[in-house]
Ligand binder design. Structure first.
Ligand code: ADP
Ligand code: MG
Length: 685
């Protein structure tokens, strides 16, 4: 029996040179070797009679070598070995390029299994460089589903396959297996030996599926437990106890009925805030799901406890909007709300600062200006940040540092599946608002091509004649940018629309390269009805409220992510007017077209982000910025969502029974997790 930690060099057939080559693939030990999972598989299970093969088929044939393989040197650096193989039904001319050693391996009169792609020209069948194995030896390369591994120089598929074959035999009694039997049984997973055998050398596709499920589950299960432990350690930080007030009093003062999802989120926050530990919670909810109200309820409960709150928004215009909304909700309860933004006069700022410091105000709503050293609080107990992807962890922390470990609440406008949120925001607890307030109208969405341009322009005229406003979003700012042909740019397109298409309407333009003050001014003018059409880049993505806007047109829609388009669509349908979203795309690419169709069919932001993640992968979805998803060997966090959910559920159940993993049954699991921490320290994500 061999230890998993044994160096691969000690495996039969692997010398120093191969070991060095394997190390370039990150394979040092026996464990690394057997956990080096295939990138994909090639199905070589199909056998055929030579006469039945069609041109272009890749199949196995059982054939006998009919003549002595002949070697010829065409020119320097090109050697050919030619031979003919045959079965009862016909023959194939086989050529090997620069593999002269096959001459020794293939013997006239002996039968082999050949696998390769057939070319048929007239009566002649040929095969180049087919893979072969003697008919009577064990088959690793033919007649089976063959693993395809990632390679590096000095390591061929063949070398890896035989090394892994040997590796599996060496450690068949000591496979890496951290899953307690009870967990494996409950989740109906196959056993580790079966999983390792079939992930590398599947007997059939069904077996492969079982093996994959088991290994993915195990990986995600261990990861979930590890993340849970990080959370455990973190919550030791004590927080101010904010005892939960009776929220009914708050709710009954509101002009609408709070949704169940909002109530659930509020209760989760309230439980955190009175727990004695500092709250660290993310509120996820679709556009318009009413996240602000959850924030307001938390602020109110802090206020009831005589404590202050701070609310930070990414732009001045959003800060103004939140200031207005929060004042409307909270002032009737006696909460004193202040504002702090860059554009306020020095005098106004001074006044705000002193009220905050003296504890004469209960809530301040502002921008980054809140991070300034001059901002001091008397008893800051709650810090809320909106649209969290615009703020770094450090900024959140900087604001929190103005209190004594205040509770923090982060609100995200890009909903992602809970399972993923748990992975990405390892340090945050997650509440999800998965229900929209009643009566929310659906924004009718259409994916159209250039042939609809005239009709859409007429529609724009009709809507604005009715007094509605229109957003038009372009993927680029101006001509100066490097971009493919036919991409609409906000500046030029706005000019063109104003001068040639809609001279009778008032067209404005905003983009990310404008000064924030200038941008806010134009945005404000649009919000106040001073413009009919606002052409922009995605700067309007963030939640600005213009209830009178009833149509959003997105140009070159294929260039946006689905979640981003969904966010953009959320800019309309915020008032009482029937609203529309038109996505222009003349992409020939069928995939990107069917991708866009998802938006016609659903308005569920969670579903949309799931689709988006599946199609684009986490790298693209979250932007070039580090997405914070932990690295995995076999699981794909975005496509293996179902298994992820099961694994997280199983992890929660196990921790409930055995929080410290001290049961003997869980010893291997504990060891695996400890190893993970030893490797990566606390920085799992
Ligand atoms: P978001 O989650 O996108 O930040 P908001 O908090 O801005 O959503 O809420 C969107 C709109 O819905 C606001 O006008 C708000 O007043 C309203 N709203 C919030 N909760 C409810 C509710 N329970 N019933 C009806 N309207 C609500
Ligand atoms: Mg919002």
């Amino acid at each position: 029996m061999t230890e998993l930690s044994c160096d691969v060099r000690y495996l039969k057939g692997i010398g120093q040179q191969r070991a060095d080559a394997l190390s370039r693939l990150g394979i040092y030990t026996l464990r690394d070797l057997i956990c080096f999972f295939p990138r994909t598989y090639e199905d070589r299970t199909k056998f055929s009679l030579i006469s039945d093969i069609r041109h272009g088929d890749a199949v196995c044939v059982r054939a006998t070598v009919a003549n002595d393989p002949a070697l010829s040197r065409i020119k320097k650096g090109l050697e050919l070995v030619k031979l003919r193989i045959a079965d009862d039904s016909g023959s194939i001319d086989v050529t090997y390029f620069n593999q002269s050693y096959v001459r020794q391996q293939l013997q006239k009169g002996k039968t082999y299994i050949f696998f390769g792609k057939i070319t048929i020209e007239g009566q002649r069948r040929t095969m180049a460089n087919p893979i072969f194995e003697p008919e009577d030896s064990p088959h690793l390369l033919t007649g089976c589903i063959v693993p395809v591994y990632r390679l590096s120089s000095g390591v061929s598929q063949k070398v890896l396959i035989s090394a892994i074959r040997r590796g599996l035999e060496e450690c068949s009694f000591e496979l890496p297996d951290a899953l307690p039997d009870s967990v494996a049984e409950k989740a109906q997973l196959c056993k580790a030996p079966y999983a390792f055998e079939n992930i590398h050398f599947p007997t059939d596709l069904k077996a492969l599926e079982l093996a994959r499920r088991r290994l993915i589950f195990e990986e995600l299960f261990v990861l979930s437990l590890a993340l849970a432990r990080i959370k455990e350690r973190r919550t030791v930080k004590s927080g101010i106890v904010v005892s939960s007030p009776r929220f009914e009093r708050f709710f009954s003062g509101l002009p609408f009925i709070v949704t169940n999802a909002q109530k659930r989120a509020i209760n989760e926050c309230a439980a955190d805030m009175c727990s004695g530990s500092a709250m660290n919670r993310l509120i996820q909810g679709d556009v318009g799901s009413g996240k602000t109200l959850v924030a307001a309820a938390c602020i109110w409960s802090a206020y009831e406890g005589g404590l202050q709150s701070a609310f930070m928004a990414p732009t001045e215009i959003l800060a103004n909007q939140h200031y207005k909304t929060l004042s409307e909700i909270l002032s009737p309860f006696g909460v004193k709300v202040l504002k702090l933004t860059g554009s306020m006069t020095a005098k106004q700022k001074r006044e705000t600062l002193s009220l905050l410091k003296e504890g004469k105000a209960d809530l301040v709503v502002g921008t980054h200006a809140l991070l300034n050293d001059s901002v001091e609080f008397s008893n800051l107990a709650l810090v809320i940040t909106d649209e969290q992807h615009r703020f770094g962890v450090n900024q959140r922390a900087a604001l929190a540092a103005k209190g004594e470990s205040p509770h923090t609440l982060v609100m995200s406008a890009t909903p992602i599946p809970r399972t993923l949120a748990l992975m990405i925001y390892g340090d945050l607890d997650v509440s999800i608002i998965d229900e929209l307030p009643p009566g929310r109208q659906k924004v009718d969405t259409f994916v159209v091509g250039e042939n609809m341009r005239g009709r859409i322009n007429n529609f724009i005229r009709k809507l604005s004649a009715e007094g509605r406003q229109i957003f038009i979003v372009c993927p680029a700012i101006d001509e100066g940018e490097e971009r493919p042909q036919n991409i609409k740019t906000a500046k030029e397109y706005a000019k063109e629309l104003q001068s040639r298409v809609f001279p009778e309407l008032r067209v404005g333009c905003i983009h990310g390269r404008m000064k924030p003050a200038e941008r806010d001014e134009i945005m404000q003018s649009f919000a106040d009805g001073g413009l009919d059409i606002l052409v922009s880049t995605t700067v309007i993505e963030v939640g600005v409220d213009v209830p009178n806007a009833a149509l959003i047109v997105v140009e070159n829609a294929e260039r946006f992510g689905l979640s981003q388009l969904h966010q953009l669509r959320g800019r309309v349908g915020r008032g009482s007017h029937k609203s529309y979203c038109v996505l222009f795309s003349d992409s020939d690419n069928e995939i990107s077209k069917s991708r866009l169709k998802v938006l016609e069919q659903t308005s569920d932001g969670f579903k949309i982000s799931e689709e988006d993640l599946k199609l684009r992968g986490p790298g693209d979805f979250f932007g070039s910025r580090q997405h914070g998803l932990p690295e995995t060997r076999i699981a794909d966090l975005c496509t293996d969502m179902r298994i992820l959910q099961d694994a997280q559920q199983a992890a929660r159940e196990l921790l409930k029974e055995d929080p410290e993993l001290t049961n003997p049954e869980n010893a291997r699991l504990r060891k695996r997790i400890d190893e993970m921490f030893a490797d990566k320290g606390e920085r799992l994500n």
